[in-house]
Ligand binder design. Structure first.
Ligand SMILES: Cc1cc2nc3c(=O)[nH]c(=O)nc-3n(C[C@H](O)[C@H](O)[C@H](O)COP(=O)(O)OP(=O)(O)OC[C@H]3O[C@@H](n4cnc5c(N)ncnc54)[C@H](O)[C@@H]3O)c2cc1C
Length: 497
């Protein structure tokens, strides 16, 4: 069966033996480590949710003509806008409740490289596409998760790859049976929860024009997580201990949400040819990296709207419990959050609908709208954190800890003095404020913000994509008609001016 339950997937994960460094040492039994196992459990629970009838009805499971079996939407090669739209809708629901769907990077890579390998074969008479199809079939049959090793460490940001070889992953040896790669990729989300890593060059668009000197950096492939020579170095999220049975403090992050991020060193890693999808075709470097990241930009809309829905819910409760829900500024702030959520969602759907079919058969979201969407998600709104802190007030960070609420000697005072609007208890009010504290001022709150600013590509990369892909010349022509410089624009409009 090509769709694995959470339990089946966990079993397969536990059979892996990746080389992981965490907490100052090499972790021998990786999947027994509490941080790793908590996050693996969250993934497995989300997987079960996605396999449920409620989410199947939303399109989370589709039939793959490649293997004639049901597969996860996130392992599918999308033929039309419907599949992309389904992912955005699903992301919105899941991200509100579980922070992340955990598989959009896989989806975006699979679809982008379906097209890239096709284009490279056309241009270079290679056979990457056939190999890639076989790999996609493998991922669909095993229903494994693919982690994204996209972002090179990049050293001095202003220098191209060939001027600083260690800053970009590169091929160092070409053998009969495969290639050897060396380098380091940064910021791989949840790598220990992945079965494979997909590797593609980092996006350089608008920053460098690759030349033949960069050919060894034009390398893309996918390998099992526990491939020899792959060293995963962790940045572990803070662990929140449960202090009392009240479970008031850090209600969101104590579940275990928080990105476990890895820096991956590729210490002369061998990749067999059947797993190599680009190797030396430097003229494809820009296209490969750009298509992957621009496709991923459309994923931000579902993700951000889901997060904003959670923030709007918490802000709405804070306003209500403080008794200010009908004041103009509270309504104004809440309306901004609501509109921002709907705009992010609509921009993603718009990019998906307005996309087009690639000659290889994949449907791609429109890259200009997808890039504008990433920008909108990151900085198009009115300051979501400010809104929550403003409506909640100082009590968000200053309410006594749950140990004090658990102390009978003082509990009565807290119940009496920390109430807000009548009808709601002090404990209810403080619980909401502590949720807001967790979503805005803790490490996880900061991470939520960082997820929208940097995860999935930096803001300037999104701006660069908009600037280079938007057809400004066509719009200038219309302006010229009104200015009396040209007769008619591209649609023949002239107004007889
Ligand atoms: C929570 C989180 C999860 C992530 N998960 C993943 C993942 O799973 N897989 C993955 O591959 N990546 C992941 N990333 C990485 C993410 O894609 C990058 O952080 C993002 O693209 C920005 O790149 P950077 O971190 O190298 O920042 P930088 O590029 O160093 O950005 C710093 C500043 O330098 C500017 N800059 C950079 N280059 C130039 C240039 N040539 N000219 C002018 N200005 C420049 C940028 O615009 C920015 O203002 C994740 C990041 C975060 C924060």
């Amino acid at each position: 069966m090509a769709v694995k339950s959470g339990g089946e997937w966990l079993e397969a994960l536990r059979a892996q033996t990746p080389e992981v460094y965490m907490g100052g040492e090499r972790v021998e039994k990786v999947y027994d480590h509490p941080t790793v196992s908590t996050l693996a459990f969250i993934f497995s629970a989300v997987r079960d949710t996605l396999n449920s009838q409620m989410f199947r009805d939303k399109g989370s499971v589709v039939n793959s003509p490649l293997i004639n079996e049901e597969v996860s939407l996130f392992a599918n090669i999308h033929q039309g806008p419907e599949e992309w739209i389904a992912r955005t809708r699903i992301q919105r629901e899941i991200c509100r409740r579980s922070l992340c769907v955990f598989r959009c990077l896989q989806e975006d890579y699979q679809n982008a490289y379906w097209a890239i390998t096709h284009e490279t074969d056309q241009a270079h008479n290679t056979d990457y596409h056939e190999r890639f199809v076989e790999w996609v079939k493998h991922m669909q049959k095993t229903d494994g998760i693919v982690g994204a090793a996209w972002m090179d460490v990049r050293g001095d940001r202003t220098k191209p790859p060939h001027e600083q070889p260690d800053a970009f992953l590169r091929m160092v040896e070409r053998r009969k049976d495969g290639i050897v790669v060396r380098g380091c990729k940064s910021s791989i989300s949840m790598a220990t929860n992945c079965n494979e890593l997909c590797v593609t060059p980092a996006p350089l668009k608008g920053r460098f024009s690759p030349t033949a000197e960069d050919k060894d950096f034009a390398v893309a492939f996918a390998i099992p997580l526990d491939t020899e020579g792959v060293k995963l170095i962790a940045k572990v999220p803070l662990k929140r201990e449960q202090k009392t049975s009240l479970k008031m403090d850090y209600p969101f992050s104590r579940v275990g949400f928080g990105d476990l991020i890895f820096t991956a060193v590729f210490d002369d890693v061998f990749v067999p040819w059947e797993r190599v999808f680009l190797c030396g075709e430097w003229d494809m470097l820009d296209r490969a990296a750009s298509l992957t990241i621009e496709t991923h930009f459309s994923a931000k809309g579902g993700c951000k709207s889901g997060t904003l829905d959670l923030l709007a819910g918490a802000a709405g409760l804070a306003a209500e419990y403080n008794g200010i829900e009908n004041t103009p500024h509270a309504k104004d702030r809440l309306t901004h959050l609501m509109a921002w959520s709907e705009e992010s969602f609509a921009a993603a759907i718009g990019a998906e609908v307005e996309g087009e079919k690639h000659p290889s058969g994949v449907w791609f979201p429109d890259p200009v709208k997808a890039s504008a969407n990433k920008w909108l998600c990151s900085e198009g709104g009115p300051g979501d954190i400010d809104t929550l802190l403003d409506l909640g007030g100082g009590i968000v960070t200053n309410a006594p800890a749950e140990t004090e609420w658990n102390n009978p000697e003082i509990r009565g005072y807290l119940d009496k003095y920390l109430v807000g609007k009548s009808g709601f208890s002090a404990e209810e009010r403080v619980r909401v404020m502590k949720l807001i504290e967790d979503l805005t001022t803790t490490d996880v709150g900061g991470l939520l913000h960082q997820l929208t600013v940097n995860a999935g590509g930096d803001l300037q990369a999104a701006r660069n994509a908009v600037y280079s892909l938007y057809d400004l010349e066509d719009r200038k022509r219309t302006a010229k008609v009104f200015a009396g410089i040209e007769e008619a624009d591209s649609m023949g409009f002239s107004w007889g001016l």
